[in-house]
Design a protein around this ligand. Structure first.
Ligand code: EPU
Length: 329
């Protein structure tokens, strides 16, 4: 266990952050060396660091799941080690002609982090293909598998986000198949594929990659953590009121629910003039208002100050409280 480790290069917002103790985790046997007496609040499990805003000083043990791709087919399921790069898993699935995650191409981060926020893009969520999540309980030293239902998945949410347990996700099992129908219902995706009559999984992944590259910044070039806020879900009454006032405000139905609607956080931020706004080195991306970016030396506090002013502006103009998707530690 190393003392005082700098985490700047392990978080995609590239924020300066130092941790008290650091442990590198390369395998299941490394997981088993985690101290059993450690409380949940004394541990931070860090993987790709692509959905985190870190404080300057982390007074916890940071267990850093190292990047290492390990993918197998076991009992017809695709089983991947938590440290596998999510995008590499998508590439692997396509090269094996297995469908189900092609819409999730180019999402940064690791396989182990994917269930935490139920990653989703272009009409598909991880929960649509996930069969189980294996967790290691560092206090008991045992492994346990949670079924899809037990993970309580919903939009950008799962049991792993609200249930504080001494768990590290170690592996996931996915049902990827050669005969899954493709899903190109998302308008930007169907438009992009309009010239291809029978798109393959590879065509869909290529289209998603191109769309993402056209509007989302590459964290290696411009540090960011993807969408900073969730798209808000609001009551129909409020939506009706807002629709009358803001004719172009977008609303998206939520399958099976008629009393609530999803709206676009990016649209709200843009209307409050945050698209491309910059205070010092903290900013919102000029091509997509939902992406908080670090133009250089922005600190945790600089980024949070901008976040707070954006939330305040959206609340006062629309009466909507934006909720962070990114985890603030
Ligand atoms: N829009 C604006 N201004 C902008 C950008 C978008 O008004 O600057 C509006 C437009 O009306 C547009 C709508 O927002 O039609 C939706 O934009 P987009 O298709 O880019 O999707 P999003 O809702 O902003 C969500 C996910 C993304 C995911 C895309 C595609 C969340 C919080 N974000 O973004 O996920 O890639 O859909 O499915 O649900 C992430 O979670 O990190 C992420 C990037």
């Amino acid at each position: 266990m190393d003392p005082q480790h700098n985490l700047k290069k392990y978080n995609t917002l590239a924020v300066d952050s130092v941790c008290e103790r650091y442990l590198s985790i390369n395998s299941l046997s490394d997981l088993e060396t985690l101290p059993k007496n450690l409380k949940v609040s004394d541990m931070l499990v860090l993987a790709g660091g692509s959905n985190l805003l870190l404080s300057p000083q982390i007074n916890r043990l940071v267990a850093h799941i190292q990047p290492r791709n390990h993918i197998q087919i076991v009992d017809n399921l695709v089983v991947a080690w938590a440290g596998t790069s999510w995008h590499e898993l998508v590439v692997w699935a396509i090269s094996h002609k297995l469908g189900g995650i092609e819409n999730l191409a180019l999402i940064p981060g690791t396989v182990g982090a994917a269930p935490i926020q139920n990653i989703g893009a272009y009409g598909v969520e991880l929960k649509d293909v996930l069969v189980w999540v294996e967790i290691y309980n560092w206090q008991t030293g045992g492994y346990h598998r949670l079924s899809n239902e037990e993970c309580h998945f919903s939009y950008r949410h799962s049991i792993f986000r609200y249930h504080d347990q001494p768990w590290v996700i170690s592996r996931v099992g996915l049902d990827l198949r050669p005969n899954r129908p493709i899903n190109i219902s998302y308008p930007a995706l169907s438009q992009h594929l309009a010239d291809i009559s029978d798109p393959s999984y590879a065509d869909v992944a290529k289209a998603v990659t191109e769309i993402r590259q056209s509007k989302l910044p590459n964290p290696q070039q411009l540090p960011n953590a993807g969408s900073f806020f969730k798209n808000p879900i609001i009551e129909r009454d409020l939506a009706d009121k807002l629709q009358k006032k803001f004719k172009k405000m977008p609303f998206f139905p939520i399958p099976g629910k008629s009393d609530i609607l999803k709206t676009s956080a990016a649209w709200l931020l843009e209307k409050c003039h945050f698209k491309g706004k910059r205070i010092g080195d903290a900013g919102f991306y000029h091509k997509h208002a939902l992406i908080l970016v670090n133009h250089g030396q922005a600190t945790h506090d600089d980024l949070l100050a901008l976040v707070h002013s954006a939330k305040k502006a959206v609340k006062s103009r629309f009466g909507i409280t934006l909720e962070e998707e990114v985890r603030i530690v």
